[in-house]
Design a protein around this ligand. Sequence first.
Ligand code: DGJ
Length: 722
Amino acid sequence: MRYLPLFLLSLGLPLAGQVKYLAQQKMFVLTAGDVTYAVGVNEKGELQPVHFGGRMMRDGDFRAAHSVSGWASFDLAATTTPKEYAGAGGGLFVEPCLKATFADGVRDVVLKYESHQIQGDSLVIVTKDITYALTVALHYKVYPQGIVRKQAVITNGTAGVVTLESAQSGSIHLPPGEGYAFTHLYGRWAGETQVARELVQPGLQVIESKRGNTSHQANPWFAIDGPERATETSGQVWFGALGWSGNWRIAVEQTPHQQVRVTAGLNPYDFAHPLKPGEKLETPPLYVGYSKEGFGGASRAFHKFQREVIFPGGGAARPRPVLYNSWEATEMNVNEAGQAELAKKAASIGVERFVMDDGWFGARDTDRAGLGDWFVSKKKFPNGLKPLIEQVKGLGMDFGLWVEPEMVNPDSDLYRAHPDWAMHFPGRPRSEARNQLILNMARNDVKEYVFKVLDDLVSQNEIAFLKWDMNRNASEPGWPEVAPADQKKLWLEYTRNVYEVIDRLRAKHPKLEIESCSGGGGRIDLGILSRVEQVWTSDNTDALDRLKIQEGYTLAYAPKAMMAWVTDVPNFNGRSTPLRFRFLVAMQGSLGVGNNLNKWSAEDFALAKKMVSWYKGVRGTVQTGKLYRLLSPRSADGFAATEYVAEDGKQAVVFATLHSQQYGRTQPRLKLQGLDAQAVYQVTDIDGKFTAVLSGAAVMEYGLPVALTGDYAATAYTLERQ
Ligand code: DGJ
């Protein structure tokens, strides 16, 4: 009968404001666009999740949180009652958010509500252990795009050291039940952002990185769809992502009591974080959202949030320029004349930014030497970088440079001077990968060195853009200079210091833009994406593989930051696809060109010029529009299509690709989405061969006739609203 009186108390008014405290119900109601996230204080003073899903309109619809009785003598209420931020203690057997050991050896944390503060769209709820002065402040912020940001700040108010053994950003709880499915992204070098989907089972399903960076192996994004199964266009999807580029973990759990919950944050693997009295630990942010419009609706909401909130400059940021990168053309054989020649050719097709990749510094003729010595090679550039930069600028482009600042080759002056700067355990082997070691960025002196070399480079040369690479993961993560009890802090401090260097560099050079690369897509997450304009999606530039890599990528992340280059064939798999196909695949993100332009024919230049110019006419829509994944490249018939609709609805762009035609079959009409049924559009294909004036209803209900033939065929359309 608790529910009824509260229901009667309601005035039936829509919820005002974005964060609200309902005193009677002891309930926090967070409204983020069409999404409501509600958490209450139960009769025991514990914070208990109440609702995460579609928007609730009436205060009276919320019933006060109440703990759930235990199950026999085995599952105490600590386990059966959903906890907003569960301390490992009091008989908790589900995944904790916080696990800690106090100075006296006590290993029991039970958190209860202490106080709260609401400020506009933000809420802080302070919880405290029942006995010790260990507090956890839960920070929430709501965004109109339908996203809630969660973060925990753990403070040691005791007089002794408290060692944290697990510090999660938070959990979400789905409506009790079974039959949920878990979608996530997995991969490896050259095969990133592959899509996996599996039934949520009793027990734990874990995705994680133990590699010191975000990783190719798994990405810190998840989506859970309900027992009714979501599709690309319909059904409930709960999703989220961590803003962290170090070791992370996402644990999807179905408890014995049919409670599905997702707990995400710092990876407890090799984690021990001693907090001295008064010290705090701020967890990475966890961003969560909900959509009733399937995976398409979920990703459109998340993309919009990323573009407007996460990406540097937000909604006001300019479109990504068309870029040329020298890597696949010249590898490390760079010099002034050769790069200037490529720059001239790149400018002739409309490229706006010329990026010189690896090989310009130290003794970098092969990957065996040079990393760490960030000084322009006198042999390759006797007059420094300035003459090349001047030529690039004279051609109307800006200049970008590749760096890999966290790394060192044993064959380098830096390593000879500071062998202790590389991560290592004294007296034990240091595993090399690509002949390189990883610097211990957790060290202050290393961080300052890295900042200085980058600052000097950017201060002394007109560098508009850095491609920041990281070509190996951490091994032998020793930090012998600090006390043994503090050495595991390396994982956290490493990432924090990488962020600090980027933040300081950007603050000092506000026009500088950065690309995050880690041997392709090894460092793509919302932490790095809040600091860089773009990411290198994969070293695999085979256009066919790219279709799937890009599809997985866009499930989680907005296409604006997704760099996609056109490169030479035969490519990665020994496969050759037509230049047109390669362009039309790469144009579905932020376009780059990485070909050896010295080998191009006049026809190649003419086609590239046409493609780049067409792309410039649609890139606003591709980079900042709403993405509809119309047909998946994972489908059996190999016919794939994407559609981008400008936020103002004035333009739509459609890309269609065919892997290989069989039996002379034609493609089904392509039904578009997200247009105004009443409006009329001028529809034109990229070749200007198909033009028609069609209503939104016609292209959405009847569809667009696409007639691709042969292998690796591709086309594109624009729809201009009349
Ligand atoms: C790995 C990157 O992903 C490539 O694009 C290129 O920059 C190489 N490193 C250079 O060593």
